[in-house]
Design a protein around this ligand. Sequence first.
Ligand code: ADP
Length: 544
Amino acid sequence: MLGQMMHRPLSIIEILKFASDNHRNAEIVSVRTEGDIHRYSYSDAYKRVAQLAHALDRLGVKQGDRVATLAWNGYRHFELYYAISGMGAVCHTINPRLSAEQMTYITHHADDRVIFADTTFVPILNALSAQLPQGMKIVVMTDRDHMPASDLDLLCYEDLIADCPDTYDWPELDENTACGLCYTSGTTGNPKGALYSHRSTVLHALSLCISLGRFVQEGTRILPVVPLFHVNAWGLPYGAPLAGASLVFPGGALDGPSVFKLMDDEGVNSAWGVPTVWLGLQGEINKNGRIPRGFSSVVIGGSAAPRAMIQRFEEAGVSVCHAWGMTEMSPVGTHGILPKAQQDTLSLTERLDLQQFQGRRVFGVDLKITDDAGTPLPHDGVAAGELFVRGNAVVSGYFNNPDASAASMDAEGWFGTGDIASIRPDGFLMIQDRAKDLIKSGGEWISSIDLENVVMSHPDVANCAVIAVPHPKWDERPLLIIVPAGEKRVTKDEIDTLLLKHLARWQLPDAIEFVTELPLTATGKVSKLTLRQTFANYQLPDMG
Ligand code: ADP
């Protein structure tokens, strides 16, 4: 027997309408490419989103069309998220750090009709102009006074919306209608597109507000350093308006001093981003001898949060949530906010023992780990295998890519993450490594994350990465690459002594190399692929 309830389709624009009606004291603050700070309310945003939807109509955008963005975190980008999806088109966020070749590939693969770009990125479009899809319109996200010079036929965002009505008759869409498209950065092969729906996005936002509710609350001021151009800024453009939290968008200045100053000026309570950004902020906190005003929580994800980084934040009075997820999961899969009883009673060391892992699943995500034959492994905190996920905000395949879709799903319809993990009986996920980053030594696995975690706790180490180097006898052995914190170079003996407190001797790196900085991927993570290429012919000491 079926229930007898109304079916109201889940719709993204309803989130902003809700915030506009109910959260009148929350604001959106943006560092603008024009150089100043812009602030307005969700109600103001809702009106401009209506104007923008009219402008999209005038540009000829139809339901189902892909409209691209190439922009930092700011209010106009936020408006595009809502206007494009609200009218039934698909907001395709492009990562500006992708290579020219990848960008050309995805604009064609997505068949983008219009692209909205920040002034900062117009040079990229100038350089790519011959390769861009025929007839693609380019809108620059600024006002007439700030329009850049270019040989391209550029439209101006503020001109386009200026005389449009500030209400729009939003269409009632099937909740499974596509709303957003985000390509993974494609460390191997071409980028693959995750195509989100209104339903998946709204459910993900609700789940974020519940699972990370202690950080996403009415009145909280949140800084998404995680970009709108990748992984939906971890769902914050939807979760924050739902909960009534304010958003502080940092624009393009993501270095430690800029982030510290913005947080201080704007009284940011909760900051969200990848570990590399927090290394910069922690440096600035050290320099100033204090944390930014009002700073009380940080979400760290995208790659493993080093235990030493978590400890420094916790000791400074900033609660850490170590989260895990993927583009293909909208993206949040697990979160490390501790159960209240543990948060209140555990010692710092005991808390860190838990927080270094990736936390518990959010509602709507199921986790399983399997062996090589696909047999499920127990959640006993010991057995490790490939992590598969299932849920209503998880992809069922990739956009227009049957081969990649088939390769990523198992026979029961679970999505293979490519991560190797264990799951504890209390539900805590322990990511050991990406399968391709594990070091295969003599038939055993060594986790690069485990080694990095310990090495990062050494005071003379600013950052580090461990990669596999081919070895004639052991297949692969670990090479440790260190960015020193100052002049002093830590010795191999010192590192070995430190590591031996936590790991077995055969897991220790065979050699150390020093570099001034680590290469980053388009999403701001350490690029192990680049490091493996750089050190492909590396001679370890015992290889003769
Ligand atoms: P990409 O980095 O390829 O652009 P994503 O941003 O979707 O794509 O990255 C997802 C991957 O990032 C995960 O499969 C996992 O390997 C890694 N990752 C994300 N969060 C964490 C975390 N907290 N700890 C360890 N690895 C993480």
